[in-house]
Design a protein around this ligand. Structure first.
Ligand code: ATP
Length: 238
């Protein structure tokens, strides 16, 4: 298997606050890799750095065989890396269809865009039913679906999802997790940041546990699900 993403000794700081302190990991083509960990561990900072929104202090990022470090966010999208951010960041006054169109802003293939919008509506029928409504009228879970759909509209080689289950009911969460599994089955490579460690590790080929800016434990999803320290710290077991 070839690594689509290679992160090596990545350091990221906000002024004097070192949020990411030398992490290394890879994501192979076709895999789901998850980063789990407590609040403030540096997971979101890592994703924001990969998508070019933050500049690392040091370390290297290689994506699809080329260096990614220092490349601005819009060019990162063009290279095939899409980010569905925490807190959703959809455009509430634009319609659902318009939000999806924005996800394809770098593409010129009208037929392909129309095809992919239909695919998003197949994945999330509620978005198709509400296509002409302002996105701000969607529930939190539906907005999460729209954020994922919008990220998919760039036809990414790697889809990064930041806490897609945040604030969702168990049913909605299941739906999002099933969709992530479906995306993997259709060939999308996924880097998933989740607070819900159980759900994330259940889906993931590999997982990394982050604590205060470092990766403290790595393994397959199944290994981490059965690891005693993970079970105590993240799965609420005594
Ligand atoms: P959460 O699950 O709570 O989102 P996280 O693992 O994603 O946590 P980050 O958001 O990456 O963690 O935060 C890592 C550290 O960086 C934290 O100590 C946080 O307070 C700090 N931090 C994050 N954003 C900023 C910022 N804009 N300015 C200063 N410090 C920040």
């Amino acid at each position: 298997m070839t690594a689509l993403l290679e992160v090596e000794d990545l350091h990221v700081a906000y002024g004097k606050i070192e949020a990411v302190k030398g992490i290394s990991f890879t994501v192979d083509t076709g895999q789901i890799v998850t980063l789990i960990g407590t609040n403030g561990a540096g997971k979101t900072t890592t994703l924001r750095t990969l998508s070019g929104l933050l500049t690392p202090r040091s370390g290297t990022i290689r994506f699809d065989g080329r260096p990614l470090t220092g490349i601005p966010a819009h060019r990162v999208v063009a290279l095939g890396l899409a980010h569905s951010p925490e807190g959703r960041h959809i455009f509430p006054r634009l319609t659902i269809a318009e939000n999806l169109q924005l996800g394809a802003f770098l593409r010129k293939d009208g037929d392909g865009i129309a095809h992919d919008i239909r695919r998003v509506y197949e994945l999330f029928p509620i978005l198709g039913e509400r296509a002409r409504q302002p996105a701000g009228t969607l529930s939190g879970g539906e907005q999460q679906m729209l954020a994922m759909g919008r990220a998919l509209m760039s036809r990414p080689k790697l889809l990064m999802l930041d806490e897609p289950s945040m604030g969702l009911s168990p049913i909605m969460m299941r739906k999002i997790m099933d969709t992530i599994a479906e995306l993997k089955a259709s060939g999308t490579t996924i880097l998933l940041v989740e607070q819900n460690a159980q759900a994330a590790l259940g889906l993931a080929d590999r997982g990394h546990v982050m604590e205060t800016g470092r990766i403290v434990l790595s393994g397959t999803g199944a290994e981490l699900l059965h690891d005693e320290s993970v079970r105590k710290a993240y799965l609420g077991e005594d």
